[in-house]
Every structure is written in structure tokens, then in C-alpha cells.
Design a binder for this molecule. Structure first.
Ligand SMILES: [Zn+2]
Length: 338
């Protein structure tokens, strides 16, 4: 989930009182409505729209699918790498420390392209942090995202049963790291569950440049209306304002976004979101992680945690492995095709 105000975590404090839990649910919904409203009419979006010339990659509208009918079929589906290339159906080893590059160790695997990503670096940005719930003051600090100021980080959402987005994003990112490292990539996780909170969204954005990465993906799960399901990919709108200038990454991020939309759909069978975005694609100019990124970057909202069907999938480790596969395949395609 992106752009939602943090709220108390009912498992981490004494705020388990019924009244607080009851209040938390409508607050989440209100937050969702809030960010959707901001998406289309908020000051951040308006600023970016005003500064962005109409073009194939940066339409005046924030809805590329609606404004640019050619957006969806721009890139034909790219076949995923050979299946022998990647481990499947098994949990990765989530042990690498934060910020430490993880590179595939084994080489010479017969008949595979095990080193197909050798020399390439990717950043995986697991949205939120499981510790954010107990660091409200720190994550509420405002940071500059170029065209606005925004909270350093947020708690994210969770399923009705209490499986948090932060747990989900970290697990999927670790699984994707294992797949990409096995293909030879150097993989950097922005956080690996070993820091108490955050990092802030501006640091998350900087991590791509800091790692000299070729691409970055921020992993999220949404907290939309219970009746809505499906996933969507968020691509950067062009923002040239204050400290932000992401002009150079808009086009390649669009290419990455289309690949991720297609590969994630293929790997998981998850439908495109039916409650937001357009054909699984959205473009936003109010996310610090995209406004301030110097490397191609997109977000993926892997599903709607408040929808029972999506929640069941996201709590299933096998489905999370498929989600990681889709993300890894998209990054692989991005780095190996033009
Ligand atoms: Zn999120």
C-alpha cells in the first residue's frame, strides 16, 4: 500500500482495545480513498501534470492506459527464462544482511543460463517495515519528495487476519532475491528486516543510485476495498520539481512496468486490479520512491490484502514464490532484452 497514513498496530501495543480495532478499519478505508483522490486531483499530481509535456511516455493524464491507447500492447510478452534457470517451489535462504549485495555463488550449472545476469545489479525495495508500527514518531517525520512533503514511511496494510504487508513484502523480496542471485545478478535489499523501522522513502529512492543498480522494484500489497481484487503496477509520472527530476527514468520505467505487469500475471494468474488502475497499470507522481529515483523503478501492488481471495493467495507461501518468480522474470527480461 502506498500513501496511507500509519495507524496503530493492534498486535504491537496495548491498543488492542476493541474500540481501537474498530476504529482502525474505517481509517484504513479512508486512507485508501484519500490516496486515490490524491492520485487524480491532489496537488502533487497536479504539479507533475503541469510540468509534464504530453508524450508517449509521460501523458498529461495520470492514466496511461486511458490517455495512451497504445500503452498496453507496446511491448509484446517476453518469454520467461528457461525454467531450469530458476529454483521453484522452495523457500529461499533469507539470511543476507541489509544493504549487502548478494551474488550467485554456484557457476557452471550445465544447460542453464545461470550467469545470465552477471554484472547486473538490481535493488529490491520491500515496502514498509515490520517495525514501523512501533516507531510512529520516526516514520511520521516529513521528507521532501520534490513536489511535496510526505511521511518518511508508513505502516502499510494487512489482511483481516493480521498478516501484515510488511511481512509479505519482505518475504517476497527475499524469494525474488534468491532467484535473481541464482541468475548471476547482484541483488540489494533496501531493508532486510534488520533495522527497527524504515528507511524513509527518500532513502529508499536513493538506494538505486547508491547501489549503481540497473533497475529497482518496490514490492507492496494494497489495502483497497474488500470487494476489489487483483494486482497493479505503478510507474513514475514525470516530475521535475524541487529536488526531483526523474525525466531520465520515465521511459525505461514504463518498459519495466509493462514487463512486470505481464510477467507477474503469467507467474501468478492474479488478475489485473478491478478496483483501481487500468489494465493493471497506473502512473503516479506522488510517490517519493519514484519521484526521486535515478534508476528505472516501478512499484507493484501484488494484490488487495483486504479482499478475501487475494488475502488467501498472499498468505500462501507457494503463491508468494510465484509472485517472486514473476518479479524476477520481469527484471530478467528488462535486463536482457531491448
Ligand atoms: Zn505499501
Amino acid at each position: 500500500m502506498t500513501g496511507t497514513a500509519p495507524r496503530p498496530h493492534r498486535r504491537s501495543t496495548l491498543l488492542r482495545a476493541t474500540t481501537v480495532v474498530a476504529a482502525a478499519v474505517p481509517l484504513c478505508t479512508a486512507g485508501w480513498l484519500g490516496w486515490r483522490a490524491l492520485d487524480h486531483s491532489g496537488p502533487a499530481g497536479a504539479t507533475a501534470a503541469a510540468s509534464a509535456p504530453a508524450s508517449a511516455t509521460a501523458p498529461a493524464s495520470t492514466r496511461p492506459g486511458a490517455a495512451d491507447p497504445a500503452a498496453a500492447p507496446l511491448t509484446p510478452p517476453v518469454a520467461p527464462p528457461p525454467s531450469a534457470d530458476a529454483p521453484t517451489g522452495e523457500a529461499p535462504t533469507p539470511s543476507a544482511p541489509t544493504g549487502t549485495a548478494t551474488t550467485a555463488a554456484p557457476t557452471g550449472t550445465a544447460g542453464t543460463a545461470a550467469n545470465g545476469l552477471a554484472g547486473r545489479t538490481v535493488v529490491l525495495d520491500p515496502g514498509h517495515n515490520p517495525g514501523n508500527f512501533s516507531h510512529t514518531a520516526e516514520i511520521n517525520r516529513q521528507v521532501d519528495i520534490g513536489n511535496a512533503r510526505k511521511e518518511c514511511d508508513t505502516t502499510g496494510t494487512e489482511t483481516n487476519a493480521g498478516y501484515t504487508e510488511a511481512e509479505y513484502t519482505l518475504d517476497v523480496s527475499r524469494r525474488a532475491r534468491a532467484i535473481l542471485a541464482a541468475r548471476g545478478a547482484t541483488v540489494v535489499l533496501v531493508q532486510d528486516g534488520d533495522r527497527p523501522w524504515g528507511p524513509c522513502i527518500d532513502e529508499r529512492a536513493r538506494s538505486g543510485a547508491d547501489a549503481h543498480a540497473d533497475a529497482a522494484v518496490s514490492v507492496h500489497a494494497d489495502g483497497g476495498p474488500a470487494s476489489g481484487s487483483g494486482f497493479h503496477v505503478i510507474m513514475p509520472g514525470r516530475v521535475v520539481a524541487g529536488k526531483a527530476d526523474n525525466s531520465a527514468i520515465v521511459e525505461p520505467s514504463h518498459r519495466l512496468g509493462l514487463l512486470l505487469r505481464d510477467q507477474f500475471h503469467t507467474a501468478t494468474g492474479e488478475p489485473y486490479a478491478d478496483y483501481t488502475a487500468d489494465q493493471g497499470l497506473d502512473t503516479r507522481s506522488d510517490l517519493g520512491g519514484l519521484n526521486l529515483s535515478a534508476v528505472p523503478k516501478v512499484f507493484i501492488e501484488c494484490g488487495n490484502m483486504r479482499n478475501s481471495t487475494d488475502a488467501k493467495r498472499m498468505t500462501d507461501p507457494q503463491w508468494r514464490q510465484q509472485a517472486a518468480q514473476g518479479i524476477a522474470d520481469a527484471l530478467t527480461a528488462f535486463l536482457t532484452t531491448r
